[in-house]
Design a protein around this ligand. Structure first.
Ligand code: CTP
Ligand code: MG
Length: 344
């Protein structure tokens, strides 16, 4: 029911490539900014250790997965040496104690413990860097999915560029904030990865389906299997399609918008990056929602579960508009465009 798109001119193709590349160039943190994130995390760990013996803090999320913006929040996971999982811990009390301690740190403001959420956290604002952050307890699967995303980002530079483009697109369209009823950055990143796996030829493999010794490997974490192939320097041996897809960034970006508006059957299939063959919404019994995105490790987690019908329509419309805007050639790229940071 969508109008056909005009043919792409080669000039417009170049403009699309440029726009996608620019998203990354403008908004990715510098090496110094990355270091500063590590430094803040280390500093907080030293501070916390005075009261919490054996405490460890680790960065995860977009500070580590390769898709972070300069202004992205600091996602920090706290664990204790000698304690395997959060069941051995009074999480609510720990979060409250942690909040009380963090109030004494000179660089931190707006300390806010949130103990009612599924994952209890302490939120804070780090005044010297201007970054927001939160500390969660034993968010172990998130540490693993951060590594998984980082591995995909390392396979082909187009992965990183497209994930940035997608994140910026969703911020500008106001469809990228899970706390306000839409989807998280993480969910949109999974959508990009799934598209790149399903492309013909694929741009990336399914790392959770590559085994080096022909036996299914298991990495048990919180009752799930967090295994994925991580010896990326040997990838070519195990994934012969490596390097076969030669599409440009712009072609892939428009390809993605077209895929999710013209080809992918949301009613029938799950966005699922852990296997190559399509998974049905019926098999998962996830038929009550239109946008269904399965977490790669926590297979009970549908990232689209919180979407209302109205928000779903709003998101789908954004993709339909995106397809038209990015699929309609313009003669030149406007040199003056509003500062993209205004959208964040
Ligand atoms: N996460 C998750 N399940 C979710 C949401 C988030 O496992 N439903 C984990 C992911 O590892 C994600 C991290 O928590 O990367 C942080 O989430 P968030 O800050 O929302 O996204 P980021 O990937 O960090 O992106 P942003 O730059 O927008 O902060
Ligand atoms: Mg984050």
């Amino acid at each position: 029911e969508l109008d056909p798109l005009p043919a792409l001119t080669s000039n417009f193709r170049r403009i699309l490539d440029h726009v996608c590349m620019q998203c990354y160039e403008d908004l990715s943190p510098t090496a110094v900014e990355d270091k500063a994130r590590e430094h803040i995390c280390k500093d907080l760990e030293v501070f916390i250790k005075r009261d919490f013996k054996g405490a460890r803090l680790r960065l995860f999320g977009s500070s580590k997965n390769g898709f972070g913006f300069k202004q992205s929040d600091l996602d920090i996971c706290m664990t204790f040496d000698g304690i395997e999982n959060s069941e051995e811990l009074d999480c609510i009390k720990t979060i409250e104690d942690l909040a009380r301690l963090l109030r004494k740190h000179q660089d931190l403001r707006n300390i806010l413990p949130i103990t009612s959420a599924k994952v209890p956290i302490v939120k804070f604002y780090h005044a010297r860097s201007g970054l927001e952050g939160d500390i969660s307890l034993y968010n172990t699967l998130a540490l693993h999915n951060t590594q998984l995303l980082a591995s995909y980002a390392a396979i082909d530079p187009r992965v990183k560029y497209l994930c940035y483009t997608m994140k910026i697109f969703t911020k500008i369209c106001d469809i990228g904030d899970a706390s306000r009823g839409s989807l998280s950055s993480y969910a949109y990143t999974l959508m990009v990865l799934f598209f790149l796996q399903q492309r013909n030829p694929p741009v990336i493999p399914v790392l959770q389906e590559i085994y080096t010794d022909n036996v299914k490997s298991e990495v048990p974490v919180d009752g799930w299997n967090a295994y994925f192939f991580s010896k990326l320097d040997e990838l070519k041996t195990y994934w012969p399609e490596h390097g076969k897809n030669k599409e440009s960034l712009g072609e892939l970006w428009l390809g993605l918008l077209r895929y999710y508006t013209e080809d992918f059957d949301f009613k029938e299939h799950v966005i699922c990056i852990r296997r190559k063959s399509l998974l049905t919404t019926f098999k998962k019994q996830w038929t009550s929602k239109y946008i269904v995105i399965e977490d790669p490790f926590d297979l009970n987690h549908n990232l689209g579960a919180g979407l209302s019908r109205k928000m779903t329509n709003f998101i789908m419309k954004a993709f339909v508009n995106g397809r038209l805007v990015f699929g309609t050639p313009v003669i030149e790229f406007p040199l003056e465009y509003p500062n993209i940071m205004e959208y964040f």
